[in-house]
Design a protein around this ligand. Structure first.
Ligand code: PEP
Length: 255
């Protein structure tokens, strides 16, 4: 692999898998990916599975991530968990601002920004999701929306904080739909995001930040998508629920 940035492929299990089912999947992945050192790999089970799956994967080459968190340190926030609680159950990273959270649970750039800062303060690596809807793309607003998400969600972060973040570009119209952005569409937006990051910091900082693509990534399209110069990995939903598919995505991306 000749990219300067190491690929980072994460599986977003969303609201799927009991603890036992998650452990079964984690067992297959730990076995089949044991020799992978040239790609960073993470799985993000639902909160209920984090402790046991994290314990099982601890010390392996597969990192654990959560799918969301709250920014405050403790207190009367029924239903929420904070960054320290995620660290306590083996998490190394956390997905923030996923389009499903923006769409169904009222996450905004402002709340994603607070969560990102709280995650960084706890040394939890954020995967910050950005991306346009079909309507926004068709009305020519892709760059405007992506700029709003990137600058809003990452507002006020210093260069040394930005390099700890992964951005996931996930066109909403490609998530769970079977429609994938073309390699050209993906590369165009990734290059645009990298330019935004350079404007927010400097070009050498921007060159160190990993930008994942997400949206119906499958074994069959992983190699081409992840071969693009500014595509540094993938956030995988549906295909990360099947060990064979997730392993094939990783191996195809490496080849
Ligand atoms: C996601 O949920 O982040 C995602 C990309 O889902 P899928 O791969 O199923 O499109």
């Amino acid at each position: 692999m000749d990219k300067a940035r190491k690929l980072f492929i994460a599986g977003n299990w969303k609201m799927n898998k009991t603890v036992a089912e998650g452990l079964d999947l984690a067992k297959d992945l730990k076995r089949d990916l044991a020799l992978v050192r040239d790609v960073d790999v993470a799985v993000c089970p639902p909160f209920t599975g984090l402790y046991q799956i994290g314990q099982f994967l601890d010390g392996s080459n597969i990192k654990l991530g959560a799918q969301d968190m709250y920014w405050d340190k403790f207190g009367a926030f029924t239903g929420e968990v904070n960054a320290a609680m995620l660290k306590d159950v083996f998490c190394a990273c956390v997905i923030l601002g996923h389009s499903e959270r923006r769409q169904f649970f009222h996450d905004t750039n402002e709340t994603v920004n607070k969560k990102t800062k709280a995650a960084l303060a706890a040394r939890l690596k954020p995967i910050v999701c950005v991306g346009e809807t079909l309507q926004e793309r068709e009305s020519g607003r892709t760059e405007l929306v992506v700029k709003d998400h990137v600058t809003g969600s990452l507002a006020g972060l210093k260069a040394e904080e930005l390099v700890e973040i992964t951005i996931a570009y996930e066109p909403v119209w490609a998530i769970g739909t079977g429609k994938t952005a073309t390699t050209r569409q993906a590369q165009e937006v990734h290059a645009f995001i990298r330019k935004l990051l350079a404007d927010m910091s400097d070009s050498s900082t921007a060159a160190r930040i990993r930008i994942q693509y997400g949206g119906s990534v499958k074994p069959a399209n992983a190699k081409e998508l992840l071969g693009q110069p500014d595509v540094d990995g993938a956030l995988v939903g549906g295909a990360s629920l099947v060990a064979r598919d997730f392993v094939d995505i990783i191996n195809n991306a490496r080849s």
